[in-house]
Design a protein around this ligand. Structure first.
Ligand SMILES: [Zn+2]
Length: 277
């Protein structure tokens, strides 16, 4: 694929915004490199942003990630906007570990997979093939942090049918996945109640192959999602007792998708702030 097929610039849309933040600690986790000498070579710096002080006692850690699927860009913009405009007012209660763009090459070329045709959100297994998943796994291990909850931002891209389904089956409303064993800790239903006031939420009993209720697909353990290699499953197995994945449909205007992600995430924070865990 030639460079002319780039749909967005990772440098402009993500890197420059991260560098202009003026607060937090921006960590370069590594460099991604694609192509060989014979084809055009691509390289991308891969970042994590830490907001707040993870070593301060009494504050809880929260992890946000986005853009694992490159053709689902709204979460990337939402994570950046959160860091720029909203994080500060939550810093008395939380520290944030932000992985703003998990698949920079997919983001640029508007493709679900990376340039090596690896689906990052199926690569979180005991030994990931992609450098993207390796960088995330290493950084999680090095920090050794536990997270009060984690949110991975995705979209239902209407041009990308889900395996085993036709494009017509793609969901055109908000919904989320929630992996949590402890009923008292769950946030999914409360997030949906907040989102419902502004935008339609999926009412189907089944979303693809999963049972759902009021826009929430619920798992009690990270096992099944973890076996698939999803980041949500991986986090639930190793680093958190509450892992969420939130979804907006790409048939909505980008502004609405970004604001819906932000609203869902901040609803989760507002509820978690009042709770003791
Ligand atoms: Zn996705």
């Amino acid at each position: 694929m030639s460079l002319s097929e780039r749909k967005r610039s990772y440098e402009r849309a993500v890197v420059s915004r991260l560098k202009n933040l003026g607060h937090g600690e921006l960590e370069l986790l590594g460099n991604l490199s694609f192509g060989s000498a014979s084809s055009s070579h691509l390289s991308y710096p891969f970042y994590r942003l830490i907001l707040g002080n993870p070593y301060e006692k009494g504050k809880r850690n929260v992890l946000i990630s986005a853009g694992a699927h490159g053709n689902e860009p709204a979460g990337v913009y939402a994570a950046l906007q959160f860091a720029e405009r909203h994080a500060e007012r939550y810093l008395d209660a939380f520290n944030f570990f932000v992985y703003p763009c998990l698949n920079p090459s997919g983001f640029e070329f508007d493709e679900i997979k990376n340039r090596d045709a690896i689906n990052i959100n199926r690569d979180f297994k005991s030994s990931p093939r992609s450098a993207e998943a390796q960088f995330v796994a290493q950084s999680l291990e090095q920090s050794g942090a536990e997270y009060a909850f984690t949110v991975d931002m995705h979209e239902d891209n209407l041009n990308q049918p889900v395996k085993g389904f036709t494009r017509r089956s793609n969901i055109r409303t908000f919904y989320l996945y929630e992996t949590c064993a402890d009923g008292g800790r769950r946030l999914g239903e409360k997030i949906v109640n907040e989102i419902k006031k502004h935008t339609p939420v999926c009412r189907r009993r089944k979303i693809y192959t999963a049972s759902s209720k009021n826009g929430v697909i619920r798992y009690r353990s990270g096992k099944s999602r973890g076996n698939k290699g999803t980041l949500e499953g991986y986090l639930a197995l190793k680093y958190t007792r509450l892992a969420l994945t939130i979804e907006t449909p790409t048939c909505w205007q980008i502004r609405k998708r970004v604001s819906t992600h932000l609203r869902a995430f901040m609803a989760a924070l507002d509820i978690a702030k009042e709770r003791q865990w």
